[in-house]
Design a protein around this ligand. Structure first.
Ligand code: ZN
Ligand code: MN
Length: 483
């Protein structure tokens, strides 16, 4: 029997706000000292009253608008009741029947598949427990208690670990573009759970749902889901039944592990939060947030393609590196000011150099564009020197390295190092003759038909002329003199 898998995700995201969700305590994920950003409100003391953090609400509206969700005009707060030591109030203020955003979609790049969003709501995070097994106790830190937490739920639209991973990655990118969260998965700022079930191909009835928790990397999302699909397929093929349960992901073993078996769904006894009135999201405010939206990753991909005709791999690198994309566009606009014409060729040349040699230098130094000495104007100048044939591509490599090291403009470097491409064939001929007389073995090899020997000789002449002569001209002269 063939099975198909049906996967939905639940994603919790810590929002990057100055203060917590319902009090004035600092929201500082990097605070190392426990229990310093706390107050009577976020530690659940009796008699305190929560106050809504409007900037957290606005951040969720921003996400909703980017996902084309419907923003509820009236949104309300509810208590989700449960006991756990990291939850000082004994309940979490969340949103049950009137979340801020309903519906929406996010397109997975490359496959262009649209994943529907069920809802996006706002709630508060819990504290953190530190377990000290060897001395038999646990400690609790409430710095994180009450931090604004956005929860996004998708429809069960995904069918593989690969797809779920791609969705999570695109959502991560979107959150960073919007500036609402750093979404650092290692720090727990973006936490993913997958709901997964299998059913026979064509069957109408859904299979039994298994929840996989603590997926804290894109790789974990992919691997845990693929593992679960295999595990469940095995059970079904043996004629056994899947038991509804919650599982965790063991990264080192590369397998999911049983955490608990759910007899029935939790009863959180949701009821409206009596201390907070429903919130009017206000159309004017929504319009204002909408006008302030940045260009989103999906739109940027389309534009980079239509405006510059870049290749998909180039576009992916640029969309994932906003600063480098900005640099590329600055270079192109500088080139247009130089009015050299042949816009298409120059754009392609720039993209190749920026995503090739330049990105190589950046990666080597683990630097970002705005840390380095080369600016867009000088880079554009280098492009035009290559394009006009003032220097060869071989010399361009040296010029770029010198620009990187000193921040000098390329024209100055070309002048100082005498790298201007030479048209003087007499000078090149002299260099070629010298190389021929000094490399008789290679010459003999070439005459025996070894093409590689020609490449060697060409390299020798290039080095002798310090990249000043174009390889085409050298090859021509070389062949002529050898024959
Ligand atoms: Zn507080
Ligand atoms: Mn939640």
């Amino acid at each position: 029997m063939k099975y198909e898998s049906i996967i939905g995700l639940e994603v919790h995201i810590e929002l990057k706000t100055k203060t917590k969700m319902f009090c004035a305590c600092k929201n500082d994920p990097d605070e190392r000292h426990p229990n310093v950003n706390i107050c009577p409100i976020c530690t659940g003391q009796p008699g305190t009253l929560p106050v809504i953090n409007r900037s957290a609400v606005n951040a969720v509206i921003k996400v909703g608008l980017a996902l084309k969700s419907k923003i509820n005009e009236i949104t309300k707060w509810d208590r989700k009741n449960y006991f756990y030591p990291d939850l000082p109030k004994g309940y979490q203020i969340s949103q049950y029947d009137y979340p801020i955003c309903l519906g929406g979609e996010l397109t997975i790049p490359n496959s262009a598949k649209k994943i529907s969003i069920t809802r996006v709501h706002l709630e508060e995070d819990t504290g953190r427990l530190a377990h000290f097994g060897h001395i038999g106790h646990s400690l609790v830190d409430f710095n994180r208690a009450g931090v604004p937490l956005m929860e996004l739920v998708t429809e069960p639209d995904m069918t593989s670990g690969e797809e779920a991973g791609a969705f999570a990655q695109e959502l991560h990118l979107l959150l960073r573009y919007l500036g609402v969260s750093d979404a650092d998965m290692e720090k727990g700022q973006m936490r993913i759970e997958a709901n997964l079930s299998l059913k026979s191909v064509g069957a109408k009835e859904l299979g039994v749902k298994v929840e996989v928790k603590n997926l804290n990397s894109f790789k974990a999302v992919r691997d845990a889901i693929d593992y679960e699909i295999k595990r469940q397929t095995g059970i079904l093929e043996n004629g056994e039944k899947i038991i509804q349960q919650t599982r965790g992901w063991n990264e080192t073993k590369g397998e999911t592990v049983l955490q608990r078996i759910k007899e029935e769904s939790h009863d959180y006894r949701y009821f409206p939060e009596p201390d907070l009135p429903p919130l009017n999201t206000n159309m004017e405010m929504i319009k204002e947030i909408e006008t302030g939206l940045p260009e989103l990753p999906g739109d940027k991909r389309k534009r980079l393609k239509s405006e510059y005709g870049l290749a998909d791999e180039q576009i992916n690198i640029l969309v994932n590196n906003e600063k480098l994309a900005g640099f590329f566009e600055d270079v192109v606009s500088e080139l247009q000011e130089l009015e050299i014409g042949e816009k298409k060729q120059l754009t392609t040349l720039s993209a190749n150099y920026i995503l090739g040699d330049f990105l190589g230098l950046l990666n080597e130094a683990s630097a970002e564009v705005d840390d380095v000495k080369i600016d867009a104007e000088n880079f554009a100048e280098l492009m035009s020197l290559i394009h006009k044939g003032t220097i060869t591509t071989r010399a361009a490599k040296d010029v770029l390295k010198e620009m990187w090291a000193t921040g000098k403009d390329p024209n100055t470097i070309v002048g100082e190092k005498d790298l201007r491409q030479t048209q003087d064939t007499g000078e090149i001929e002299k260099a070629v003759s010298k190389v021929i007389s000094e490399n008789q073995t290679a010459v003999a090899d070439y005459k025996k038909g070894k093409e590689i020997a020609l490449q060697f000789l060409l390299g020798q002449v290039m080095a002798a002329t310090r990249g000043k002569a174009s390889p085409e001209i050298i090859a021509e002269i070389l062949k002529r003199l050898l024959n």
